[in-house]
Write a protein that binds this ligand. Structure first.
Ligand code: SP5
Ligand code: ZN
Length: 321
């Protein structure tokens, strides 16, 4: 396993998000990646730092050109230290723009796409520590700290070489990833997430959303109740893995969020820190396909290092024995 690290992610560091109109400190902060990286380094995994940007045409394969141009134009108006909450192409009040947001989001996208290319070349598991995250970004809307959909762009690249399954285990439903692939049968989207009846993003992630047109049956949602036990969570995860095998995926993209942790400040299912090793081991044992791991959420900065370390220990265990 190799780690890809975005070099300039800390240039994107908004001060505020708005929760029902009230300013709150921005939860998706640079220290998240520092903490996750610490966990990776404790396992001695090789790290490649990158500062490349995804070409606009590549991003425009999945995002509407007019949206990409809007993000660029709005950020270019900003002076150092300023942040702007755009009025358009946005779904919520969690996704502000700062002067470097456009560039840093393109670099985050590049990290995932590069990961896909490396996976195609070597077959080795790649873990892209993308920041900003991506799974809430729709074809023409920023949302939930996400601007461009890193995992979807990686899946798009992989889909030119075979069938791709995206397994999304962030606490929140990946409304962006679902929307982007909703009518496609070559990319399966399977997600485990907190019930959207009561959790962000509210608009999607219900079990009756299963795809449309040729994509019918290729979106699978597993909403989970707030009181879900680890035991039940693992049973549903097993089911999701079986669905990926039934689809005969050639490649897997794992949208990995640590906001399912019981003490996450904005998410929080009942996953304790030790159980991330169980989750990692289950995935590594049963998903034999070449796999790209893409970082999504996870906001308990003081614990992210341990959560990542435990997940990776579990994930690497089958290889060690
Ligand atoms: C990638 C990702 O995990 N994005 C998640 C974005 C969801 N943000 C919603 C946070 C709302 C919770 N804030 C509640 C504060 C109440 N005082
Ligand atoms: Zn999340």
């Amino acid at each position: 396993m190799r780690i890809l690290l975005p070099k300039n992610h800390r240039l994107h560091s908004p001060e505020y998000e708005y929760y029902d109109g009230t300013r709150e400190p921005y939860a998706e902060k640079p220290e998240r990646i520092d903490s996750i990286l610490k966990g990776c380094e404790r396992l001695g995994l090789p790290v490649e730092e990158r500062a490349e940007s995804a070409p606009r045409e590549v991003v425009e394969k999945l995002h509407r050109a007019h949206y990409v141009a809007y993000v660029e134009a709005k950020t270019s108006e900003l002076k150092p230290g300023e942040q702007l909450m755009p009025s358009n192409f946005i779904r919520d009040t969690y996704t502000p723009l700062t002067p470097d947001t456009y560039d840093v989001a393109l670099q985050s996208a590049e990290l995932a796409i590069h990961g896909a290319n490396e996976l195609l070349r070597s077959g080795e598991t790649i873990y892209a520590l993308c920041r900003p995250p991506g799974h809430h970004a729709e074809s023409d809307a920023m949302s939930g700290y996400c601007y461009f959909n890193n995992a979807a762009l990686a899946a798009e690249q992989l889909s030119r070489h075979g069938k791709v399954a995206i397994l999304d285990i962030d606490y929140h439903h990946g409304n962006g990833t679902q929307e982007i692939f909703y009518e496609r049968d070559d990319v399966l989207y399977v997600s485990l997430h907190a019930d959207p009846a009561t959790s962000f993003p509210f608009i999607s992630g219900f079990a009756n959303e299963t795809g449309a047109g040729t994509g019918k049956g290729f979106t699978i949602n597993h909403p989970l109740a707030a009181d879900t036990s680890v035991k039940h969570y693992l049973e549903v995860l097993q089911k999701a893995v079986n669905e990926i095998q039934d689809f005969s995926a050639d490649y897997v993209v794992l949208s990995l969020g640590f906001d399912t942790f019981e003490h996450d400040p904005i998410g929080g299912l009942n996953i304790d820190e030790a159980s991330y090793a169980t989750i990692g081991e289950l995935l590594a044992t049963q998903l034999k396909q070449p796999t790209l791991i893409v970082q999504e959420g996870g906001y308990n900065v003081d614990k992210l290092d341990v959560l990542a370390e435990n997940f990776l220990k579990g994930y690497l265990k089958p290889q060690d024995s």
